[in-house]
Design a protein around this ligand. Structure first.
Ligand SMILES: *[C@@H]1O[C@H](CO)[C@@H](O)[C@H](O)[C@H]1NC(C)=O
Ligand SMILES: *[C@@H]1O[C@H](CO)[C@@H](O)[C@H](O)[C@H]1NC(C)=O
Ligand SMILES: *[C@@H]1O[C@H](CO)[C@@H](O)[C@H](O)[C@H]1NC(C)=O
Ligand SMILES: *[C@@H]1O[C@H](CO)[C@@H](O)[C@H](O)[C@H]1NC(C)=O
Length: 381
């Protein structure tokens, strides 16, 4: 795919990379008071405080000078994969260091295929664009939503499909892409529609979230169990709930030291059957991980997202949190202060660091590469 590129596109692309200022600086004091007659916006619309900004997304918005250290000198952001007819890049980004490959899945309407790109292809691509390849996965994978790495394999989180249960599945990242289901029930009960997972950096236990989007999107039965977060020990088979009280516990991530866990509650988005309820959470919660039990304690609001809902989460080695949101990737410090955005002007469900200086951002019909100074925490556990 992506083999036919027009000449005009090449010219625009070059100007864009070489010529354009990519950083917009925002002063939070400048929009603390707006004209009482408006316009105001709702959370479905992106916020662009610099009214006469003369840039076409993507670009960086700096809301706090500390974002400059994250961006480093001469940060860049560009499209590396695109197909405007097809939402091929939605969720579950996973980077495998050894091969420099990034795996991810496509949108639900296209059956959630899992695909791969090889970042080495960027070195030889004359256009700067590379191709993706859909993996020939088995029918064990019934609608993939989330994913992370586990002991050298992809760990896919599936929502289930109709009466078929949600599951955690290890998938060989190399041909023949064979798989092994490692969990698909809680003591005989089905989960609702599993969403996302991360492996704890010290204990190597798998933590995963469960939501009712399968039901709210019309492809799973009515809720069967509370929407909550679970811990699974793949060695002993022990599975238990570690946190509840959410509307839709979605993305999950651990701080680099493994002591803090973040959960994105995307409850404001009620699925295709329910629309949007702006009084429900679009909120990231932080918790301490209890040292003995790894239950979640000391729940607090970490950040309420200004545009859309928070979805996928990841951290850099300095403990800053990167959030897939309605306007791109938003970046917060460990105290919950918005530092800046990789502003796409469209939603991004998730992103993953591909080692130092490279943040790969999924935006359905495009994949972006942001080259910045930050480095991601090691997820290859
Ligand atoms: C986009 O995807 C469609 C459907 O898979 C395919 O037919 C088309 O060739 C792709 N276009 C590009 C530019 O890759
Ligand atoms: C948000 O505002 C736009 C118009 O600016 C409107 O079309 C949309 O329906 C609004 N969404 C909600 C959830 O109110
Ligand atoms: C879900 O199940 C239905 C009915 O068996 C099937 O037609 C469909 O392809 C499945 N969807 C996916 C994404 O696997
Ligand atoms: C894939 O197959 C190989 C060879 O049988 C096996 O060693 C490996 O564990 C399998 N991987 C998964 C994830 O099932």
């Amino acid at each position: 795919m992506n083999t036919i590129r027009s000449f005009s596109f090449l010219v625009i692309h070059a100007v864009w990379v070489l010529g354009q200022t990519l950083i917009v600086r925002e002063d939070k004091r400048a929009f603390a008071v707006l004209d009482p007659r408006g316009p105001f916006r709702n959370g479905s619309h992106a916020f662009e405080p610099t009214a006469n900004v003369n840039l076409t997304p993507p670009y960086f918005q700096v809301f706090d000078p500390r974002f400059d250290a994250i961006l480093g000198h001469n940060p860049t952001i560009r499209v590396i994969v695109e197909n405007d007819t097809f939402a091929f890049a939605h969720e579950a980004p996973m980077w495998i260091k050894a091969t420099d490959e990034v795996f991810f899945n496509g949108g639900r309407k296209v059956g959630r295929p899992v695909s791969v790109i090889n970042l080495n292809d960027l070195k030889t691509s004359p256009t700067g664009l590379i191709d993706f390849h859909i993996l020939p996965l088995s029918d064990d994978v019934q609608i993939n939503n989330g994913g992370t790495l586990f002991r050298g394999d992809l760990l896919l989180v599936t929502t289930g499909n109709g009466s078929l249960p949600p599951s955690l599945i290890r998938v060989n990242p190399r041909p023949p892409f064979n798989d092994t289901i490692i969990l698909n029930n809680f003591y005989g009960r089905q989960f609702n529609s599993l969403n996302d997972a991360k492996v704890h950096p010290l204990s190597n236990a798998i933590f995963f979230t469960d939501v009712t989007y399968g039901y709210k999107n019309g492809f799973r039965p009515a809720p069967l169990i509370p929407n909550q977060v679970y811990r699974f020990d793949a060695d002993t088979g022990d599975v238990r709930a570690v946190a509840d009280g959410f509307v839709q516990p979605n993305g999950i991530a651990f701080s680099p030291d493994g002591k803090t866990v973040y959960i994105a509650d995307s409850g404001e988005a009620e699925g295709v059957l329910g629309g949007t309820d702006p009084t429900l959470p679009a909120t990231i919660y932080a918790f301490d991980l209890m040292p003995e039990t790894q239950a979640f304690a000391n729940r607090r609001v970490f950040a309420f997202i200004d545009t859309g809902v928070p979805d996928g989460l990841t951290l850099d080695t300095q403990g800053n949190l990167y959030v897939g949101c309605g306007d791109g990737t938003q970046v917060f410090d460990a105290k919950g202060t918005l530092l800046g955005k990789v502003f796409l002007g469209v939603g991004s469900a998730n992103m993953v660091f591909a080692g130092a200086r490279r943040l790969v951002i999924l935006a359905d019909t495009k994949i972006y590469m942001a080259e910045i100074a930050a480095e991601g925490v090691n997820l290859n556990l």
